[in-house]
Design a binder for this molecule. Sequence first.
Ligand SMILES: [Zn+2]
Ligand SMILES: [Zn+2]
Length: 274
Amino acid sequence: MITIDTISPESNDYKLTMLNVNQGDSLLFETPQREAVLIDTGGTLHKPGEKVKHNIAKKRVLPTLRRHGVKKIKYLIITHPHVDHMGELNYLINAMNIENLIINQQSFQKNQINLLKKQCKQHSVKILDFKMIPYFFLSQAKFNLLDTTIQTSEDLNEQSIVTLIEYKDIKILLMGDASTKNEFELVKKYNIGKIDILKVGHHGSKTSTSDNFINIIKPHISLISVGKSNLYNLPNIEIIKRLQQAHSNTYMTSQSGEVTITLKRHLIINGQRQ
Ligand SMILES: [Zn+2]
Ligand SMILES: [Zn+2]
């Protein structure tokens, strides 16, 4: 059952929020005690020489964290090193109290990782490689970090960390920019079954969300983080149709803005349905 509601962010429940970071990804999971996990930071592509303004962090990420009463990020997961997923990382390390940073170390370039390590040391942020921690708990919510990476691929999207959150009997699957190849691996390697909430891979691009995958996980709700009239013409219309055919209630940041789902016996959604 889905109820469209305008709940206040301070309510005493576990919540998942898809932030409105234009073309990019950033998701917040929080407990009633305001313990928080952030998955990706959003970020904007800049032309060489252009001044980086960090407007996504300043105008979207930090205000949302403030509004939700989140003072510390216990875990920040960077799914993969593309600017629309980690562009605001440097800024957030300076601006926020972050305890742990989870990355796929292999997907980073050497100079990139060295710089990150230095910065994390300065701010007492612990860097963890996702391959070393198959799961962790945030109060009663279990975060499974699934390794579906394609070793032979040079496409960084295919190095995405896939996160499966289990809270009570609710299952949330966050795909990063993972492709259909990763989906194939996921199904082969892990018995994930039906999913309540899917953060659709790669902003609804045709590279992800195969027919086969959707038929297996049958997502009750699908979330697509995508910029209004973006350069890439995302989401792909075929993917939207595919989700509709699977009776998945689909929400996009380009139309609904920020979407918060309260994880109760039934899910309460704050956002406009497409
Ligand atoms: Zn992306
Ligand atoms: Zn990407």
